[in-house]
Design a protein around this ligand. Sequence first.
Ligand code: GSH
Length: 86
Amino acid sequence: MSGPKLELFKFDSCPFCVRVMMKLDQLNIKVELRDILSDPESYQRLVNDTGRRTVPCLYIDGKPMFESADINAWLVENSDKLEKNS
Ligand SMILES: N[C@@H](CCC(=O)N[C@@H](CS)C(=O)NCC(=O)O)C(=O)O
């Protein structure tokens, strides 16, 4: 099964990012992590695409979604269609 490509823009000490990471872990959802503090290209991509440097931001097939509560609700809602970690 191949669902939408997910990329999570985050940094480790951000509590809102931790909230999303916990939900991803709980649902075993596969996601590519983009750490904006350790990876300047990811930081620049986020700013260029959205005009913001706020994390967490989940890219769903390249479309950005902000707000940890909204992201987590979307993950729960769409979990059955999303690729899982093996
Ligand atoms: N309400 C947002 C809060 C996100 C937030 O405040 N993130 C901080 C990091 S912990 C941030 O990126 N601040 C920098 C900025 O917004 O420019 C959520 O729940 O996702």
